[in-house]
Design a protein around this ligand. Structure first.
Ligand code: 1CP
Length: 323
């Protein structure tokens, strides 16, 4: 999940110096610095590249802007016949600073610290392209997907190709694990979930495995509920990020035999900190102790989080591991 960001004063300082959020993503020294900030403070076992899922539409030539205090704003796609084309040369040239940041981070990390690259999953990235930003009801995207599945499928196909390119380039630059964020998978009905969340992620996982068989792939179909089961069985990924609503025992029984579990701690508990956070952290560790797990939050660290809470949580996890 996101572990860098506005809850850290040193991030806010670099962010102010960078100017825009995209300038931060596309300046390799600065992206490297903000990636390493949480590790310096808390010594996590893995770093996640500092970038954004919306650099892919940007690489496809769409306008993308991040206004302070507002969500992202994108040029809106109006119809399947107005799709951008994947011009590979231009795509790679635009995103080159991201891969340079990956290489710099890989150079700076100790051997025992993993580097995670990432991308948005096609469904989630498509919602931003069609809605022009965040959405409450995803009405435009759903009306495309239900009303013209072939046309919508062309957009998803384009995003599958671009995402495979983007993740492969991160792996070539030094990423050792990749994660796909399907942050809005939870709004899809069962059949649509199979078609627009599971199938595209499976296609990406298969393509990546052909090129990089040793690289583990984690996916985060946030809010998928009982659909997590079909996802674990069919998406062909190694690890599954679970949001905070997934019951622990069910995940241990139904999902953990197939995939490595990650996530689940409510990020709001890190805002509160103290005993309520540590009690729940322990419940996750005990609940999943019989199988493979990556301790994580159920979504990104929120800006209101006191850094000391993340420090106390990290310390607690290290002591638990030793004990
Ligand atoms: O002002 C700021 O600094 C902007 C806040 C911010 C940050 C810190 C944005 C804008 N993006 C990021 C970085 C980011 N985004 C990372 C880097 C890793 C790290 O911080 O350690 C990652 C992995 C993401 C992924 C991302 N971006 C997702 C998927 C994960 C998730 O949180 O669900 C999504 C949906 C986005 C889009 C996006 N970018 C930024 C915002 C505020 C949003 C969400 C908008 C919305 O809610 O619709």
């Amino acid at each position: 999940m996101r572990q860098a960001g506005r809850y850290l004063p040193e991030y806010r300082q670099v962010r102010a110096q960078a100017g825009g959020f995209l300038d931060l993503c596309f300046t390799p020294e600065l992206a490297t610095e903000v990636t390493l900030q949480p590790l310096r403070r808390f010594g996590m076992d893995a770093a996640i590249l500092f970038s954004d899922i919306l650099v892919v539409p940007f690489g496809l030539g769409m306008g993308v802007a991040f206004e302070e205090g507002e969500g992202p704003k994108l040029d809106r796609l109006d119809a399947p016949d107005a799709l951008p084309r994947l011009d590979l040369e231009r795509f790679k040239a635009t995103l080159e600073p991201v891969y340079e940041a990956v290489a710099r981070i890989a150079d700076r990390l100790p051997a025992e610290t993993a580097l995670i690259g990432f991308a948005g999953a096609p469904w989630t990235v498509a919602t931003y392209m069609i809605e022009g930003g965040s959405s409450r009801d995803f009405a435009r995207t759903k009306s495309w997907a239900y009303g013209d599945p072939e046309g919508f499928g062309r957009l998803i196909g384009l995003l599958i190709d671009a995402t495979v390119e983007h993740l492969s380039a991160q792996i070539r630059a030094g990423a050792e694990v990749v994660q796909l964020f399907d942050s809005w998978a939870g709004v899809l009905a069962e059949t649509q979930f199979a078609r627009w969340s599971i199938a595209p992620i499976r296609a990406i996982a298969e393509a990546l495995r052909r090129q990089h068989p040793a690289i583990p792939i984690i996916a985060f179909p946030r809010g998928a509920g009982a659909n997590y089961l079909a996802f674990a069985e069919q998406a062909g990924v190694d690890g599954l990020g679970l949001d905070t609503a997934v019951p622990l025992d069910w995940a241990a029984r139904a999902l953990q035999p197939t995939v490595v579990l990650q996530g689940n701690l409510d990020p709001q508990l890190a805002v509160i900190g103290g005993a309520p956070m540590l009690i729940e952290a322990e419940r996750i560790l005990q609940g999943w102790a019989k199988g493979p797990l990556i301790f994580n939050l159920g979504h990104g660290v929120v800006p209101e989080t006191p850094p000391e809470s993340i420090g106390a949580l990290s310390q607690y996890l290290r002591d638990f591991r030793r004990g």
